[in-house]
Design a protein around this ligand. Structure first.
Ligand code: PEP
Ligand code: MG
Length: 539
C-alpha cells in the first residue's frame, strides 16, 4: 500500500479504480503553415463554436451548480472574447507562420503571464480557466478528438490538472472521486468538485504516477490522503466511514426548511460566514438564514491592487441579490495582522496581530474606506445589507467610522444614487476592551457581533494560530464564557441584537449556553448550519 498526501479540496471518501485522464495537449504538433489567412479563419470559426458551447455550458451548469458558480463560464466567455488573448494567438500564427492549435496553446501561456503582470483578475488568479478555454478551442479544431472523460464503470479520475468545465460536466454516477497532481483548494475546479459533492484531493504532485492507472485506490477527501492498493483492513474501515457519512448526510438533509427552534419554543437565527464569491452558492445550499459575516477582506487579499468601488459593488450586490430578502452582513475590510496586503505599506510591525488592523486601518486609509463604504451603500439598494466594523476598541472609533459613513451617504445623495437610508450598523466585540464597554458600544449601533476567535486570543494572551500553544489554549476558558454573558446582557439592556460569529458559534457543546444567555444569532461555516440546527432542535 502506498500513501500519498495532497490538498483537501472536497470532503468525502471514494473507493475504486483509478483512471488517468489525458488531454494530450503536450502532443500538439508545431506545424509550419503557408496559408495564414486560412489558419486565422480556422481560429475564428473555433472561437464562434467555443462561444456557443460556453453559452450552453453556462445554461446547463445553472441547474447543476447554481447561478453563482455557473458564472465561471460567463467569465470564460470573457477570456475567449478578450482581444489581448486573441491577439496573442494571431500574432503567433502571423509572425511565426504556425498552425492554430499550436498558436492557441502557446498564446494561452503567454496570455497567462501577461495577465499576471497586468493584474487582470481572470488571467492572474485563474490560469486554469485560460487553459480550459484554450483546450476547448483546440478540441473544436481537431475533428478526431475522442472524449475520454466517460468510462462505463464507476472510477476515480486522475489527471495532471483538471479544468472547471471538465469537472462541471462529470457524471457523478460514474466519477466517484478526483485526484490531481496540480491544483489548489480555492481554484474553480475545487469549488465545483465541492458543489457536486465529489471527494477530491488535489495538488498531490508528481508522486501521483501514471503507472498506478487501473489500480484500486481510496480517496480520503476529509484528510487529504490517497491510498494506492490499500490493504483489506483499511478498505473495510473506509467503507464503514463512507456509510456513516452517507447516513449522516441524509439525516441532515431532512432538516432543510425546518426552523431553528428548541423543544420549548425558543428560536435563534443561524446564518453563515463567507470568505469568497463561491461561498455564496454554498450558503444557498446550506439553508442558512442569510450571511451573518462576509469577510470582505478576501476582495483585497487576492489582488495586488485595491478593489475598485465598482468591483466591490458587483460583489456585494451579487451576495444581496442571491440571498433575496435574507440579511447580508458585510464586515468592512479586516486587513492587517495576518491579512496584510502590500499596497497598505503598513511597514514592519513587531506584532502585527496587535498592530494596525481592522477598523484602525480603515480610519487611517480614509480613501480606501470611503470606496468600500460607497460600494456597500450602493449595493444596499439591492437587498437586505448591514455594515459591520471589525476590531473595535473604543466608542470613538465607532463614532468616527459612522461620520465617514454619513459622509459617503451624503455624497451618494448629492449624486442621486440609490441606497438604503436605514442601513443597519454593527460593531464587532473582539477585544476585552470592547467587552467592558459593550453597553456604550451598543448605544452607538444596531447590533454587536462577538468575534470569539480574536476575543479568545486577546483574553488569554495567546496567538490563535500557534500550534505549539494548543495544550494551553482553552477555548472554553471561564473568562471568555463570562464575557459572552456580560456582552449579551449589556446589548439586550440597550434593546439591540447580539450575534456570535467566531468558530465557537458552531460548537454544539455550547449551544445550550448560547440559548441560555440569549444570543440572537449564530453565524457559522455553511457546512455546519444543519448540524447546528439539529442540536438546537434537540435542546
Ligand atoms: C473572530 O475573530 O471571531 C471573527 C469572526 O473574525 P475573524 O475570524 O475573521 O478574525
Ligand atoms: Mg476577528
Amino acid at each position: 500500500m502506498i500513501t500519498l498526501s495532497g490538498k483537501k479540496a472536497s470532503s468525502g471518501i471514494a473507493i475504486g479504480k483509478i483512471l488517468f485522464y489525458k488531454r494530450d495537449l503536450k502532443d500538439i504538433r508545431r506545424i509550419y503553415v503557408r496559408d495564414i489567412d486560412k489558419e486565422i479563419q480556422r481560429l475564428m470559426r473555433a472561437r464562434d463554436k467555443a462561444q456557443q458551447e460556453l453559452e450552453g455550458l453556462y445554461e446547463s451548469s445553472i441547474r447543476e451548480v447554481g447561478e453563482v458558480n455557473a458564472a465561471i463560464f460567463e467569465m470564460q466567455q470573457q477570456i475567449l472574447q478578450d482581444q489581448d488573448f486573441i491577439d496573442e494567438i494571431t500574432r503567433i500564427i502571423v509572425e511565426e507562420k504556425l498552425n492554430a492549435e499550436y498558436a492557441i496553446q502557446q498564446g494561452a501561456e503567454q496570455f497567462i503571464k501577461y495577465a499576471k503582470k497586468e493584474d487582470i483578475a481572470y488571467g492572474a488568479g485563474h490560469a486554469v480557466d485560460v487553459r480550459d478555454v484554450a483546450f476547448r478551442l483546440i478540441r473544436t479544431l481537431s475533428r478526431n478528438w475522442k472524449d475520454r472523460l466517460m468510462g462505463d464503470e464507476p472510477f476515480i479520475m486522475a489527471a495532471s490538472e483538471l479544468y472547471p468545465s471538465e469537472v462541471v460536466q462529470l457524471d457523478t454516477s460514474k466519477v466517484k472521486g478526483i485526484v490531481t497532481m496540480h491544483g489548489t483548494v480555492n481554484s474553480h475546479t475545487a469549488v465545483l468538485a465541492r458543489t457536486k459533492g465529489i471527494p477530491a484531493v488535489l495538488g498531490i504532485g508528481e508522486v501521483l504516477k501514471e503507472e498506478y492507472d487501473g489500480k484500486q485506490i481510496i480517496v480520503d477527501g476529509n484528510e487529504g490522503r490517497v491510498y494506492i492498493e490499500p490493504d483489506y483492513a483499511l478498505v473495510q474501515k473506509m467503507q464503514k466511514q463512507q456509510n456513516e457519512n452517507r447516513t449522516e448526510e441524509r439525516n441532515l438533509e431532512r432538516l432543510k426548511g425546518k426552523e431553528n427552534v428548541t423543544q420549548s419554543g425558543q428560536k435563534i437565527d443561524i446564518t453563515a460566514n463567507i470568505d469568497s464569491r463561491e461561498d455564496i452558492e454554498t450558503v444557498l445550499r446550506s439553508d442558512a438564514g442569510g450571511i451573518g459575516l462576509m469577510r470582505s477582506e478576501f476582495l483585497y487579499l487576492d489582488n495586488t491592487k485595491l478593489p475598485t468601488e465598482e468591483q466591490q459593488y458587483q460583489m456585494y450586490t451579487l451576495a444581496a441579490e442571491s440571498m433575496g430578502n435574507k440579511p447580508v452582513v458585510i464586515r468592512t475590510a479586516d486587513l492587517g495582522g495576518n491579512k496584510s496586503i502590500p499596497v497598505l505599506k503598513t511597514g514592519e510591525e513587531k506584532n502585527p496581530t496587535m498592530g494596525l488592523r481592522g477598523i484602525r486601518v480603515s480610519l487611517e486609509k480614509e480613501d480606501m474606506f470611503r470606496t468600500q463604504l460607497r460600494a456597500i451603500l450602493r449595493a444596499s439598494a439591492n437587498g437586505n445589507i448591514s455594515i459591520l466594523f471589525p476590531m473595535i476598541d473604543s466608542v470613538e472609533e465607532v463614532q468616527r467610522a459612522k461620520i465617514l459613513l454619513e459622509r459617503a451617504k451624503k455624497e451618494l445623495k448629492d449624486e442621486k444614487t440609490a441606497f438604503d437610508e436605514h442601513i443597519k450598523v454593527g460593531a464587532m466585540v473582539e477585544t476585552p476592551a470592547a467587552v467592558m464597554i459593550s453597553g456604550e458600544l451598543a448605544r452607538e449601533v444596531d447590533f454587536l457581533s462577538l468575534g470569539t476567535n480574536d476575543l479568545t486570543q486577546f483574553t488569554l494572551g495567546m496567538d490563535r494560530d500557534d500550534k505549539e500553544l494548543e495544550p494551553f489554549y482553552n477555548k472554553y476558558h471561564p473568562a471568555v464564557m463570562k464575557m459572552l454573558r456580560i456582552v449579551a446582557n449589556n446589548v439586550h439592556l440597550e434593546g439591540k441584537r447580539i450575534s456570535v460569529t467566531g468558530d465557537l458559534a458552531a460548537d454544539t457543546s455550547l449551544t445550550e449556553y448560547f440559548l441560555e444567555i440569549g444570543i440572537d444569532e449564530l453565524s457559522v461555516e455553511p457546512d455546519q448550519v444543519l448540524n447546528l440546527r439539529r442540536r438546537i432542535r434537540e435542546v
